[in-house]
Write a protein that binds this ligand. Sequence first.
Ligand code: HEC
Ligand code: HEC
Length: 282
Amino acid sequence: MRRLMLKVAAVLATVLVTHAPITNAGTPLERGEYLVNSIAACGNCHTPRDPGGAPIADQALAGYPDFYSAPPYDLHAPNITPDSKTGIGDWTDEQIIRAIREGVRPDGRVLGPPMPFNLYRDISDSDVRAIVAYLRSIPAVEHTVPTSVYRMPLPPSWGPPVTTVADVDPADTVAYGAYLAGPVGHCVDCHSPLGENGPDIDHRRGHGGIAFDGPWGTSVSSDLTPTGLSRWSDDEVKSMITTGVRPDGTPMMPPMPYAHYARIADSDVDAIVAYLRTLPPR
Ligand code: HEC
Ligand code: HEC
């Protein structure tokens, strides 16, 4: 655990000095790089890890075999680098967008959880295109990952086809915070208690309570409604999100992707916290 934390700290340090955050400014490629490597944290599931649990730097997004196993499933997060044989190099932009927002592969197979398709369907057209532009730009890594096995019924679809999704105006702080904490960052997916069909985001958004087992032991997602966050100032909440350290100095546990969140732009963390303060109290 301590080793893992030291590694996380080392990754944070490198990340902090090498990148300045890009929010809405810049090209689609820059926007995509920012989203994938900060708030969206796709690599938290899709990047392979070494035996100590640290992401393998030169295999970013090359797929994480044995990502998680539990009685209902054996999850293997696929290789999403542009390798044509073992990744998504041969997929068209539209096919990648459909996989992300609708959870349907080019061969028609419906993708299973835990990728949060119910939230990803509301990623805006320009942001999903930016994400695809970035995925096309990263090094192709040849890395075969087994197909996930689901011993549970998957829904026939995650909803009707997504046609077009407008951008949310960052000047509307609370609405933009809701967009970041929901569709883009899926904070509310990990932070809403499990109902019959996965996290009950509709009725108990942000109430917390999902238990995550791993090499770290068991962590339980916190209550992010004003009830749970009342004891913290805005700066304390921001600092926990971007450093993974509590105000009393103790490290927070995975699987919250702290190393990615260290790169979230200050104005974006402000928007997320402003939004969390408006959630109905638990
Ligand atoms: C919580 C973990 C998780 C997160 C976060 C996540 N994914 Fe996934 N993703 C998966 C898993 C697991 C699968 C495979 C599901 C299956 O096999 O049915 C998958 C499948 C995919 C596929 C289909 C690939 C294929 O070969 O079938 C694409 C494309 C993809 N993810 C892109 C992304 C992008 C882009 C992001 C970030 C915006 C992301 N994912 C975030 C876990 C995740
Ligand atoms: C993959 C699951 C996961 C994701 C995604 C995630 N969290 Fe967490 N979060 C957790 C867990 C688990 C804890 C508890 C950690 C601990 O107890 O050490 C936590 C703790 C926190 C805390 C500490 C609150 C307190 O009072 O203790 C805050 C704040 C928080 N998360 C905010 C967020 C925000 C904002 C996002 C999205 C940008 C997010 N989380 C995304 C799993 C997640």
